[in-house]
Ligand binder design. Sequence first.
Ligand SMILES: Cc1cc2nc3c(=O)[nH]c(=O)nc-3n(C[C@H](O)[C@H](O)[C@H](O)COP(=O)(O)OP(=O)(O)OC[C@H]3O[C@@H](n4cnc5c(N)ncnc54)[C@H](O)[C@@H]3O)c2cc1C
Length: 332
Amino acid sequence: MNHVIIGLGAAGRAALTQIHKFEPSSKITVISEEADPFYSRPYIGQMLIDPEVGKADKSVEDNLRHVKDVEFRLSTRATRVDAKGNAVELSDGTKINYNFLLIASGTRFWPQEFGLEGVHTFMLKTRADALRLKRESKDAKAVLVYGGGYQALELSRTFHGLGKKVRWIAPPGFFWPRQLPYITAAQVKEKVDKAGLDLRLDRHVVNVVDLDGRRYLVTDDAGENFECDLILLAPHEVPRLDFLVGSGVHLDRGVIVNEELRTNIPNIFAAGDCAQVHDLNSGQSVINFGWKSATRQGMVAGENMAGHDSVIIPSQDEYVLDLLGKKLVERW
Ligand SMILES: Cc1cc2nc3c(=O)[nH]c(=O)nc-3n(C[C@H](O)[C@H](O)[C@H](O)COP(=O)(O)OP(=O)(O)OC[C@H]3O[C@@H](n4cnc5c(N)ncnc54)[C@H](O)[C@@H]3O)c2cc1C
């Protein structure tokens, strides 16, 4: 069999391991647009604080070394899926055929919602982002975090831990989305206040002046100014689906899959943050963001690509809850 996996995050890696376990002689090709081999995404914020974390990632990478005969096409993007021809077109102009395809492309941020085009901003999604931020933030004294959710919390925690002055501005509806279970906005606010973070709730940034190519004067809609060296964005995330448009794979908010993680096209599966999964219990179709959930989905998809009939029941317990093995507000 010839298996192709798009994405080498939690879901892609888990699928790879399961396929290899059940079909050791099958050919597996993994396509990842990132230059880095597998790493643990939830740790990239911590990489900025603790140099030991990068070393821990090395052992994660070592874990994949036993998986022989896998072709890793790193720094390569899937640009189009030709479902009729069982082929994926790649950014290097080549085409790759498959018997079974897994879409494990995760999410992308949507910074356009902030209307800050032209302003020099940063986000934290990849290991490369973390390395860039580490370099750029070395001399920074004050940092603005603009947005909400676990990303804003994580960015605030990281830069607070680095001894920077942090202001978090959360536009209306952004601070703590209701779908993050078990922890209420009030609990997060209490934690943020206790940590001494400067939180401005329900405000928009209305103007950013580049003072000298290094510092920025940010004005919010309450007329308050904040001078900072770095502007970090924590926008909403949306599943990465661009390369599937026109493929015939059914899309909604994410890639629509049944409880076996199979799409409407029987030899194409999807798992992880990009997948919108049929929940047998509720009858609804849900996206569960989170490392644990993506891993479990990747395992189930990998098993089914290798001929099993495993089923997933999405669980809110696996939603982005534990960060680095600790509950969100217990990490500081
Ligand atoms: C800073 C940070 C901290 C986090 N902390 C936690 C945490 O503590 N706990 C938790 O549960 N979750 C956490 N998350 C979320 C967690 O990392 C994700 O839920 C998880 O990585 C999803 O796994 P995935 O495999 O679905 O997608 P991803 O890990 O996003 O991997 C998808 C991969 O596919 C690649 N890709 C996308 N499109 C293409 C294409 N067309 N061609 C080739 N490659 C492509 C992407 O570049 C990416 O490498 C955190 C995320 C971030 C950014």
